[in-house]
Design a protein around this ligand. Structure first.
Ligand code: FNR
Length: 189
């Protein structure tokens, strides 16, 4: 069985280390996970005024989530929480009322920071949001990546211990997705 994983990169930076991490993850993933990025950069700021008529960017966002079997969040920590752009995307996806795209969705959280705690606080903040959105989160292993440029240079993870950790994280994520979908199969979008 192949699973379609839609992934969010929480950063809008053109030099994002979290985008680098997402590319490394795709390279290390088990063959039965297929990844597509769900873009967030062009979303306007969410307002309930849009609920009756979502703009094309937000419709595309909800469609992409609907076509995914699981969602992976790869996010930086901004001021001990997640970047506003990512929270905005989640708010769009969670609405209109009764059409929450994350309901029962298998989800994983990971992030990289240049700081020692590797986005741990942002991830706790994100987990609270996803919990309210009723996503089925993988809770272990946790993955707080202290980003060292030399380890991720050239698109390959040069440190074997880090590569092995990321591989095992992704294998656990695949197993988590399989378990959730066995109990809660997704209907066609
Ligand atoms: C940061 N950074 C940061 N790092 C951290 O470990 N904890 C934090 O709370 C913050 N806060 C924060 C706020 C803002 C507005 C910026 C711009 C940066 C530093 C951050 O980890 C670093 O810039 C990363 O490179 C961000 O990830 P991307 O955008 O490169 O993927």
């Amino acid at each position: 069985m192949t699973y379609q994983v839609g992934y969010f990169v929480g950063s809008l930076s053109s030099t994002s280390i979290n985008r680098t991490l997402s590319e490394a993850l795709i390279g290390l993933a088990p063959k039965d996970l297929e990844f597509s990025e769900i873009p967030i950069a062009d979303l306007p700021l969410y307002s309930p005024d849009f609920d009756a008529d979502y703009p094309p960017e937000a419709q595309a966002l909800k469609q992409a989530i609907g076509e995914s079997d699981a969602i992976l969040f790869v996010t930086p920590e901004y001021n001990r929480s997640i970047p506003g752009a990512l929270k905005n995307a989640i708010d769009w996806a969670s609405r209109p009322w009764g059409q929450n795209s994350f309901d029962h969705m298998p989800a994983g959280v990971i992030g990289a920071s240049v700081g020692q705690i590797g986005t741990a606080v942002a991830q706790q903040s994100l987990r609270a949001v996803l919990s309210f959105c009723n996503a089925r989160q993988m809770t272990a292993p946790e993955a707080y990546i202290h980003f060292k440029p030399e380890v991720f240079a050239g698109g390959e993870v040069s440190d074997e211990e880090t590569a092995e950790f990321l591989r095992s994280y992704l294998e656990e994520f695949r197993d988590h997705v399989e378990r959730v979908l066995t109990v809660l199969p997704r209907s066609d979008p």
